[in-house]
Design a protein. Structure first.
Length: 242
């Protein structure tokens, strides 16, 4: 027969001590977790108190305390500081983009600088002209596989507009075949409502006739320089010659 095991008073006391230690360790872990939560809550409360003090009083001491609380909150929460400075960065980026557009438009007031441009540079010159003429969502898409469309945009009437850009030499005029290819891809593949063909050169007479039949806007070198000049030096009360 198996012998029955009896626990002595010492064993029972040791068991109680071990149980008490385990409970104390568990309580300490819970207190550490709540302490970490309370630290985050303390930082949030410090920030809120700072904001309230700035709004509610102009006393120098309280304002100093509020500023210190704000600085502490921003140092501890860098993402909050980034959120505050993001509008400043946005304004700065818009100013730089505006300056860059003006530099490109300045180059477009003469034919010679445009003739020296690469296809990509020419596309990046036509894009700000569209933006200045109240086209929105202007996107340069030129490159391999562009399917005859180098720039897409939304015209002032809310319709999709597409642009084909050809930086040709003056002796290389755009023919009806180029215009015909552009018309087919723009209407059938891109579902565009407005078509613009831009070139540094000029258009042949058959190309102009085809463009008139399909209401295609033709921007040759002379037209581009005129548009750029109008944008840079607008006449009071004069509408842009689009």
């Amino acid at each position: 027969m198996a012998r029955r095991r009896y626990t002595t008073s010492r064993q029972r006391a040791a068991s109680r001590r071990n149980l008490a230690k385990a409970r104390a360790a568990s309580a300490r872990r819970r207190r550490r977790g709540s302490s970490q939560i309370s630290k985050g809550q303390t930082r949030a409360v410090a920030f809120l108190i700072g904001v309230v003090l700035i709004i509610a009083t102009r006393e120098i001491l309280l304002v100093a305390i509020a500023v210190a609380a704000l600085i502490y909150a921003m140092v501890r929460h860098k993402s909050f500081f980034s959120t505050l400075t993001s509008p400043v960065r946005l304004v700065r980026d818009k100013a730089l983009a505006r300056k860059e557009r003006l530099v490109r438009l300045e180059r477009a007031t003469q034919i010679a600088p445009m003739l020296a441009m690469t296809p990509t540079e020419f596309e990046l010159l036509v894009a700000p002209i569209l933006e200045e003429l109240s086209y929105s969502s202007v996107l340069v898409t030129g490159g391999p596989g562009d399917l005859a469309v180098d720039i897409s945009a939304v015209n002032p009437d809310g319709d999709k507009a597409v642009v084909q850009c050809k930086p040709y030499a003056p002796e290389h005029r755009v023919g009806s075949r180029d215009v015909q290819s552009f018309i087919g891809m723009a209407f059938q593949h891109h579902n565009a409502k407005e078509l613009i063909f831009a070139t540094t050169s000029a258009f042949t007479e058959p190309a102009q006739q085809l463009a008139r039949q399909h209401q295609i806007k033709l921007w040759d070198g002379a037209k581009l320089t005129k548009l750029a000049a109008q944008i840079l030096t607008p006449q009071p009360g004069a509408a842009s010659d689009v």
